[in-house]
Ligand binder design. Structure first.
Ligand SMILES: *Cc1c(COP(=O)(O)O)cnc(C)c1O
Length: 428
């Protein structure tokens, strides 16, 4: 069966042929390849075509696909420990690594996805503060939990829908939405509702409306407001954690969260998530406290082993982050030069190995409204061109590209060459 046959057959058994909506190409004139295997920066589809991968499973594969050390750890543990639903030393090991190497995590709870991490962190914040309201920012995505599906990013934004069906009004009546990177907006929200706000959740470096870093004064002001009103600040580092720096965005901004959420990289390619933070807050979780949250598979030994192998490798090799920054800067510069040369406006936002090329003539992309100025049709033509040239890219203007330790300058040169042939075509 070729790619298309498999996709068509899949559509009979799975809605849309996929298990997560972003995997099909929304409005793009191409079909997703069916991926069979991956190694390093490369992935191969069922027809044997090779692609240089800039999606990396939407972030997790920072060591490239099927890193030898991670695979070995999984192999070894899986021979004697799949699941027990009982305490294991492996979960202690990953928890200890995270608490000891991250600045703002005294205690941690393992879960199975980013969504589980964020929704549980919000519940904990509500239980701790005895308040109901939460604040999110337009364009940010925190998973598919009902309470977050208001002006959400990622697939919701790509599909151009305001939220999701099946979310009762009562699930979102306590969700307030503020404007990302607007001090004025967040001050207004606090002025009106401050005493009722349990938590503010934010992607400190947004990746789900394309990459839009928050600016420092904004994040600092947000921290001040949270402290002033007794509101918990939740940094959602599901994407940025262990990616923009080992210690995540929190370390780049020096802004102290009350709770932090992780997933993606920390699971080394297996399903994983975690939330952690200040001891006095975490101790409100059951079995110690009244906030109930549980999981049959939470802290699964195989997942923990993949996480330990990945985090040890990343923590032990700070030069990996230097390397990613170096190839990232090289790629960004190359894109900017080509954009100028062929007179096609592209704004590149990048923090380390997280990057979006916005096809817009806006001078800066700092807010959701700037993101919305992009030429989506141009993006779609670019995407199809790059796919044909052998590049696996996120199929949306509103997602981030990712780099791994395995991306080298030669891959960037190939990318730039393919981009140039696209721009030549467009500028004719
Ligand atoms: C991916 C992501 C999530 C959701 O994680 P899942 O594992 O897909 O549930 C939440 N927050 C952010 C910032 C993300 O990038």
């Amino acid at each position: 069966m070729n790619n298309l046959d498999i996709l068509n057959e899949s559509k009979k058994y799975m809605p849309g042929g996929v298990n997560s909506p972003v995997r099909v190409f929304n409005g793009i004139d191409a079909n997703p390849p069916i991926i069979k295997k991956g190694k390093g920066v490369s992935i191969w589809d069922e027809e044997g075509n090779e692609y240089i991968d800039f999606v990396l499973a939407w972030g997790p594969m920072i060591l490239g696909h099927c890193n030898d050390k991670v695979v070995k750890a999984i192999e070894e543990v899986s021979r004697e420990a799949l699941a027990f639903g009982a305490p294991t030393k492996l979960e202690l090991e990953l928890s200890k690594i995270m608490c000891e190497t991250l600045d703002y995590v005294d205690m941690i709870r393992m879960v199975n996805s980013g969504t589980e991490a964020t929704m549980s962190a919000v519940k904990l914040a509500r239980g701790y503060t005895n308040r109901n309201k939460i604040v999110k920012f337009g364009g940010c995505y925190h998973g598919h939990f009902d309470g977050f599906l208001v002006q959400a990013g990622s697939g919701v934004l790509t599909a151009g829908i305001p939220g999701s069906a099946g979310v009762p009004e009562s699930s979102i009546e306590n969700t307030l939405v503020a404007v990302y990177n607007s001090i004025e907006s967040i001050e207004e929200v606090f002025k009106a509702h401050g005493k009722d706000i349990a938590a503010v959740i934010i992607e400190p470096i947004a990746g789900n409306m394309g990459v839009v870093p928050s600016n420092k004064e904004f994040l600092q002001r947000l921290r001040e407001l949270c402290t002033e009103y007794g509101t918990l600040l939740i940094l959602d580092e599901v994407m940025s954690g262990f990616r923009v720096a080992y210690k995540g965005a929190a370390s780049l901004y020096g802004v102290e969260p009350d709770l932090v959420t992780y997933a993606k990289i920390m699971g080394g390619g297996l399903p994983c998530g975690a939330y952690g933070g200040k001891k006095e807050i975490m101790e409100k979780l059951s079995p110690l406290g009244p906030v109930y949250q549980a999981g049959t598979m939470s802290g699964n030994p195989v997942v923990m082993a993949a996480g330990v192998a990945t985090l040890k490798e990343m923590h032990g090799n700070p030069k990996y982050y230097d390397h990613i920054e170096e190839v990232g800067a090289y790629l960004q510069k190359g894109i900017e030069v080509l954009s100028e040369k062929y007179n096609v406006s592209i704004r590149v936002n990048r923090v380390g190995g997280m990057m979006t090329m916005f096809f817009t003539s806006a001078l800066k992309v700092e807010q959701y409204k700037d993101v919305r100025t992009c030429d989506e049709d141009l993006f779609k033509r670019y995407f199809v061109h790059m796919l044909k040239e052998g590049f696996n890219l996120p199929p949306s203007q509103y997602e981030s590209m990712f780099l791994s330790t395995e991306h080298k300058k030669e891959h960037m040169d190939k990318f730039l060459k393919a981009l140039e042939s696209f721009l030549i075509k467009e500028s004719k």
